[in-house]
Ligand binder design. Structure first.
Ligand code: QV4
Ligand code: CA
Length: 474
């Protein structure tokens, strides 16, 4: 369950947070496929509670396993998965297995199902009170039983040790696998027993060859276990034997350093030496839909220059399976996606320069980000070599003989001759521009016969990164 099954020539996934299925299908065809993205994490598929003013977080309050949400209908979902697979882009579903909704008066769902939440009755599944843990509040992260058998912010906590509950969850996931999804994000995995999860994973179908997967392929599973390395009863190490884990420490350390609280030179041994899980077990990222709202330490689209540097570092470095965040603009924590007066989600608009409008940020359409996905594809299979740093926040490294990247996070210019490891010639810096019709729209870097080049990143430059690779040679 640790292989994302990206197609050759594709790498990295993007979380298209709150996008509609039809818009994702179009995005796969028009942008993600051609740009070499590996996959999309989509918002939850299961029917959720309709909550006043339609905050984004209503999607994390399931009411049934019917595939009707504000992202679209069952037919639209199936159509999206097929169209994305066809252009080499995988779909990963955000699966909420830990709980159903919290208490709500007159609860009704996005598929019109009803529930009596106060008596833990969800007839559209159906679940009754006996399928849940006896309600208690999670209030002690030093007690694994409290963390796993009580309610996360009042969300009714399913008992995954019951065969009946397991079967409901497995059937839901298998139905998604059968229409072609490549895997799942496991929401709130910390709040479920690893042994129960392993039984559930073991019962999942293989991915089907008819959707372009290899024979006997297992679904990719990446589990949400928030573990920054502090002391808590539950740790990420309990979860990475059978499936991948979302590496929050990775995200925390990247933001910390690019904010200026740790020197970039220390990234010379970035990886397990920092207390991260093994690379093959790690889903890595800079920000996610929670941390961009509730963790002021984490970099987001609102800190554009250093955010792009952190994302570029993630994509340039071989550690982990990277996930790019794609947000909608928000002013307050609860604000839902761009929507009309009836609560229908609006589609993003796409401008001439590739960027999005209509309230959608689309970080994945920022040149500094999508060109680094191409970089990652081009250097695949190589290691980090010829690390250079200035003893501070200017760093550079090669990826075999295929790519070279440099960062300047110091408050003074970077202007020096560095080994690029690339064959001699003219290269287009894919951060300041792109190679279009044989011409570079950004800076050109001249690599000498000895593999060295003059690398310049002035302190006030728009971008604090420079990246060149053999796929963008003039
Ligand atoms: C309120 C009170 C509670 C009270 C409850 C009683 O605050 O004290 O017990 O009513 O009914 C929303 C509201 C929250 C409300 C709750 C229940 O914000 O105020 O409780 O609903 O109605 C998202 C949001 C949550 C939201 C939830 C469900 O972040 O705010 O709660 O959706 O709508 C830990 C976990 C980790 C988790 C993270 C947020 O270890 O697993 O907290 N992350 C995932 C998702 C996240 C999602 C959930 C889990 C829940 O990434 O987006 O929470 O599915 O770190
Ligand atoms: Ca639980």
């Amino acid at each position: 369950h640790k292989d994302p099954h990206f197609k050759p020539g594709h790498d990295a996934m993007v979380h298209l947070f709150e996008w509609k299925w039809n818009d994702i299908a179009k995005e796969c065809e028009q942008f993600l496929g051609p740009m070499g993205f590996g996959g999309v994490q989509v918002s939850p598929l299961q029917e959720n509670l309709v909550i006043n003013n339609r905050p984004w977080w209503e999607r994390y309050q399931p009411i049934s396993y019917i595939w009707t949400t504000r992202s679209g209908s069952r037919e639209e979902f199936i159509n999206m998965v097929a169209r994305c697979n066809k252009v080499g882009v995988r779909i990963y579903v955000d699966a909420i297995l830990n709980h159903m909704s919290g208490n709500w008066q007159n609860a009704h769902g996005t598929g019109n199902s009803r529930a009596d939440t106060n008596s833990l009755s969800y007839p559209a599944v159906p679940y009754t009170a006996q399928n849940f843990h006896k309600p208690c509040a999670i209030n002690n992260y030093n007690d694994a039983v409290n963390v796993r058998n009580c309610e996360l912010t009042g969300l009714h906590d399913l008992d995954q040790s019951q065969e009946y509950v397991r079967n409901k969850l497995v059937d839901f996931m298998n139905a998604a696998i059968d229409v072609g999804v490549a895997g799942f994000r496991i929401d709130a995995a910390k709040h479920m027993w690893p042994a129960d999860l392993n039984v559930i994973y073991s019962r999942l179908h293989n991915l089907k060859t008819e959707h372009g997967f290899p024979a006997n392929a297992r679904p990719y599973i990446f589990q949400e276990v928030i573990d920054y390395g502090g002391k808590e009863a539950v740790s990420k190490h309990e979860y990475n034997s059978n499936a991948a884990v979302i590496e929050f420490k990775y995200a925390g350390e990247l933001s910390n350093a690019f904010r200026g609280n740790n020197l970039l030179k220390w990234f010379v041994n970035w990886g397990e030496k920092w207390g991260l899980l093994p690379s093959g077990d790690s889903l890595v990222f800079v920000d996610n839909h929670d941390t961009q709202r509730d963790n002021p330490q984490i970099l987001t689209y609102k800190n554009a220059k250093i955010y792009k540097m952190a994302v570029a570092f993630m994509l340039a470095h071989p550690f982990g399976t990277p996930r790019v965040m794609s947000s909608f603009d928000f002013q307050s924590k609860d604000q839902g996606p761009p929507q009309d007066g009836n609560g229908n989600i609006n589609s993003p608009t796409i401008k001439d320069d590739n960027s999005c409008g209509g309230g959608w940020i689309c970080e994945h359409r920022w040149r500094q980000i999508y060109n680094m996905v191409r970089f990652r594809n081009t250097v695949k299979g190589t290691d980090v070599n010829n690390w250079w740093d200035n003893g501070s926040n200017q760093i550079a490294f090669c990826r075999g003989n295929a790519g070279f990247v440099a960062f300047n996070a110091d408050q003074y210019d970077l202007n020096t001759n560095l080994k690029t490891c690339l064959p001699a010639g003219q290269y287009c810096d894919v951060i300041s521009g792109s190679l279009q019709n044989g011409k570079c729209t950004g800076k050109t870097v001249n690599v000498q016969q000895n593999g060295e080049a003059r690398i310049e990143i002035p302190k006030g430059a728009d971008d604090g990164v420079l990246a060149i690779h053999v796929g963008a040679k003039l």
